[in-house]
Ligand binder design. Sequence first.
Ligand SMILES: [Zn+2]
Length: 92
Amino acid sequence: MKLADYTIDDFRTSDEMERAMFADAGIEKTSETEYRVPSSSGRGVYTVKFEGRTEDDFATLWECSCPAFKICKHVRQVTDIIDHVSDQYGMD
Ligand SMILES: [Zn+2]
C-alpha cells in the first residue's frame, strides 16, 4: 500500500493508524523512540532510533544502524509514516 492509501476515515485514532502502517511495512516499534526496520534485501533488520539532539530538520534527528549514507531509506520509511499520520490527524 502507498502512504496515500491510508486515510483518517479508516482508523479511529492516530495510534491505530500508525500501528497499522508500521505493521504493513514490516516495521516493529520496540519503544517510544526505537524501531526495527527490515532491509529491502530481506537479509537483515536495522535499528532506527530517534535521537532528538538538535533542532534541525526532523529527519536529521534520527539514526539508523545500517552503513548507508544518512538520511537512509530506513529512517525515511519511519519518518514518512509519522509525517503522514500527523498530516491526517493534525499536530497533537
Ligand atoms: Zn538505514
